[in-house]
Design a protein around this ligand. Structure first.
Ligand code: AHR
Length: 502
């Protein structure tokens, strides 16, 4: 089979906000402890952070990092995580049935972010706490000094304010599993009140209100409408969360997961714009897709859950999915979906970063390694610069149980005026056929192929492990060639590809 697409730098979807390449660190399992933080590890720095993990995070190209949860934040008291370490309390983490030592808190995480060069995106607890505690955290974090809480921060060692711009108003408040779960109406009211209060301190804050935890929640759509009706003037973003997994051995449908992400984004955009119309507002709400990934949730519900009372471990191995080649192809396709909506998705967070459903894995005292999903993220973050482009794509289709008839190829392109470089990202969803894609690049003028990267393997279940950390990687795609105004490239079955042109 063959597919055709046309790239023209004039047909822009929108500028690519660097925040699209964000991630997420939750106090969950071994993400923080025995993940990015392990005093005593051979590569640990003076603060106990693993240098090998810092290097991998930098190479991954992560912009903003959402912290400290996730479900964790709905039971979190931020005051526990500051001040002398020896005085910090150990707490029950109700979300993950673990014990939180608070050895790493706000100051330590801010310092780690400086090392990896990422921005802090802070979530406040609107599950079991409220407006006042959110205001306190803002004062502690962002006021330069001369007030009780800002002076406390200075006394705790941070002379400069943390200067957090982006704030999440709680986490997944639509989910019955969430501590303090509320109706859309109740949540909309407290979110609006808290947003107004935070903005009384600093009108320039960028605020994210909770959307749905998945497009398959029973309240999806109506949740967004009601919550935005309460908060439209007070916030800048509404969140989306989505996790995908292969179910019932139906790989064909799993490979088309980005169709669901497209639908999710477009539905939330439509709902937000509906509220805009009703309000007669000139302001537009963007999407913060602040949790997305492949995640074998069924596996978690079956095996990982810690049962019992009085036995909750510190940093247990939870949600440590090992990602296959097929998972990485779907993952790369999810990034294509985000880029295809760059006009409205202006922030996104890969959930998560280290050990917990993560692109980076670590062994205590041992190595850190890249999962298969590391490659599409790092390459897309590096090559997708400037603006995302509208593509004219003609591709054969295949039929899926879950999404019906869908294209075998999905793609997006980007163009950067500053460097004159373009990039194309593609997936082939066919399990059996290689597909040759012809790209009309006439609109780009005279360009050369600068880089090609393809992720594919005869064994779609292959993974990188502690024992075999480099089993799966990307390779150059030697089939790529330019002839006149046409670029041709062959995509192997179940593959993800990136091409850089300039
Ligand atoms: O990322 C893991 C969990 O998934 C988060 O804590 C929660 O927000 C979501 O349900």
């Amino acid at each position: 089979p063959t597919a055709r697409l046309t790239i023209d730098p004039h047909f822009a979807i929108g500028p690519i906000n660097r925040r699209l390449f964000g991630s997420f660190v939750e106090h969950l399992g071994r993400c923080v402890y025995d993940g990015l933080y392990e005093p005593g590890h051979p590569t640990a720095d003076a603060e106990g952070f693993r240098q090998d993990v810092i290097d991998l995070v930098k190479e991954l190209g992560v912009s903003a990092i959402r912290y400290p949860g996730g479900n964790f934040v709905s039971g979190f008291r931020w005051e526990d995580s500051v001040g002398p370490k020896e005085n910090r309390p150990r707490r029950l983490d109700l979300a993950w049935h673990s014990t939180e030592t608070n050895e790493v808190g706000l100051h330590e995480f801010a310092s780690w972010l400086d090392k990896v060069g990422s921005e802090l995106m802070l979530a406040v607890n609107l599950g079991t706490r409220g407006t006042l505690e959110a205001l306190d955290l803002l004062e502690y974090s962002n006021i330069s000094g001369g007030t009780a809480l800002s002076d406390q921060r200075i006394a705790n060692g941070a002379t400069d304010a943390f200067g957090v711009k982006m704030w999440c108003l709680g986490n997944e408040m639509d989910g019955p599993w969430q501590l303090g779960h509320r109706s859309a109406d109740d949540y909309g009211k407290i979110a609006s009140q808290t947003a107004k209060a935070l903005r009384q301190v600093d009108p320039s804050l960028e605020l994210v209100v909770c959307g749905s935890s998945s497009a398959h929640m029973p309240t999806f759509g109506e949740w967004e409408r009601v919550v935005l009706t309460h908060t439209y003037d007070d916030v800048d973003y509404i969140s989306c969360h989505a996790y995908y997994e292969e179910k019932n051995g139906d790989l064909d449908s799993f490979l088309a997961s980005a169709v669901d992400m497209d639908h999710f984004i477009e539905s939330v955009v439509a709902t937000a714009d509906h509220v805009k119309a009703v309000n007669g507002s000139s302001k537009t709400i963007d999407i913060s897709f602040d949790e997305w990934n492949v995640w074998y949730i069924d596996r978690y519900h079956g095996v990982d859950k810690i049962e019992g009372v009085d036995n909750w471990p510190v940093a247990p191995r939870l949600l440590e999915d090992a990602y296959s080649v097929a998972d990485a192809v779907v993952f790369g396709n999810l990034m294509i979906s985000l880029l295809k909506h760059a006009d409205r998705v202006t922030s996104a967070s890969l959930a998560q970063l280290v050990n917990v459903i993560a692109p980076i894995m670590t062994e205590p005292g041992g190595i850190a390694w890249k999962q298969t999903t590391y490659f599409p993220f790092a390459i897309t973050s590096r090559l997708a610069q400037g603006r995302a482009l509208e593509l004219k794509l003609d591709a054969p289709t295949y039929s899926t149980e879950v999404y019906g008839e869908v294209p075998l190829v999905d793609a997006v392109a980007t163009h950067d005026d500053e460097t004159g470089r373009s990039a194309v990202f593609l997936v082939n969803r066919s399990q059996t056929e290689a597909i040759t894609v012809t790209v009309d690049i006439g609109g780009l003028g005279a360009v050369d192929i600068l880089e090609t990267h393809t992720l594919a393997d005869d064994d779609l279940t292959a993974v990188n492990t502690l024992q075999d950390p480099e089993r799966v990687g990307v390779h150059a795609n030697e089939s790529a060639a330019i002839d006149g105004r046409e670029l041709a490239i062959t995509l192997p079955p179940v593959s993800w590809t990136a091409i850089s042109l300039g």
